[in-house]
Design a protein. Sequence first.
Lengths: 151, 151
Amino acid sequence: MEHRIERIKKQLHAQSYKLTPQREATVRVLLEREEDHLSAEDIYLLVKEKAPEIGLATVYRTLELLSELKVVDKINFGDGVSRYDLRKEGAAHFHHHLVCMECGAVEEIVEDLLEDVEKKIEDEWQFQVKDHRLTFHGICRKCQQKNNANN
Amino acid sequence: MEHRIERIKKQLHAQSYKLTPQREATVRVLLEREEDHLSAEDIYLLVKEKAPEIGLATVYRTLELLSELKVVDKINFGDGVSRYDLRKEGAAHFHHHLVCMECGAVEEIVEDLLEDVEKKIEDEWQFQVKDHRLTFHGICRKCQQKNNANN
DNA sequence: TTATTATTTGTTAATGATTATCATTAGTTT
DNA sequence: AAACTAATGATAATCATTAACAAATAATAA
Ligand SMILES: [Mn+2]
Ligand SMILES: [Mn+2]
Ligand SMILES: [Zn+2]
Ligand SMILES: [Zn+2]
C-alpha cells in the first residue's frame, strides 16, 4: 500500500504535481477498494470519512488528474455515472470486465486476452493500438446456478 | 432501406408497438447515417428536417425503445453523451470500434474478432456471454501518416 | 524572514444531458 | 359516438459534472 502510494507520488512529482493530503486520501480510498468500481460520488463519501473537509470538486479534480497520469481508468457501464478503476500495477492495457445482466456483478479479468486481436488490427487495419476497452455482458456463474435451480 | 424499415416495423409489432410517423422518421435518419455515431440531440436535429413538429423527448423515447428491441446499441465514447449505433442486420453481437485519440475519427469493424476470446471466457470463467463492447483507442492510419510526414 | 507568486482547495452557481410530468392528440374497441 | 389506450410535445425537474472565484496553502524571490 505505502509502496504504491510512493510510486504514485513520484508520478505526480514527475509532472510537478504534489501529493496533497486530499489527493492522498483519495488514492487511499481507491487502493482500499481496488476491486470495486466506484463513482465520483461514492469516492467522495468514502474520502469524507478520512478527511471530512474535502469538497466534491476536489475529488473530481483528483480523479481527472489520476486519469491523465493513467493511474486510474474512467469507465462507463451504461448507468448514468462514470466509474474509476485503478490500473493494475505496471499493466500496459486496461483490464477487461464481465458484467452480469441479471445481478449487476462486475468481475475483472487481468489477463490480457486481446494480444492476437490487436496484432490483427494493426496489420489489417493499420490502426496503431494504444489501449482498449473490453466488456462482456452476460450471465455470471452464480446467476446461472440460480436459474438452473429454479427450472 | 424500405426492406429494413419493414423488418423493424415487424419487430415493433411483435411487441405490440406501432411504427408511428415519428418513429419512422427517426429510424430513417439512423439508416441514412448508419456510418455515424450520433447523439440523441444530433438525431433530433436531423429528424426535425423531415418532421419539424417532433419533440426531443419523443426522440429519446424512440431511441430507448429501439435499444430494447436491439435495433440500436447505445454507446459511450467518453465525451458526455450517449450515442446510438444501428446494429448490423442479423448481427448477434455489437460490432467493434477504433477510436483515434488524435483526430477523434471512429472506424467500425464488423467482423467478429472475439470468438476465441469468448470461448475462453465461457470455459475458464464460467461466464455465459450474451454480448460485448470492444473499443480500441489509438492512432488512425491518416494521423500516423501525418505524423510521419512531420518528422 | 517577509513579500510575492503559483497551486490547490471548498463553496457555490452554472451547465447540459436525460428523465418525469401532464395535458393533448391519435388510434382502437365497444 | 363514448370509452379506453398508446403516443406525443412542451415543459419542468433531476442529476452528474464543470466553471467561477475567493480563501488557504505551498513554493519562490527579495
Ligand atoms: Mn475493473
Ligand atoms: Mn459503430
Ligand atoms: Zn449475476
Ligand atoms: Zn486520426
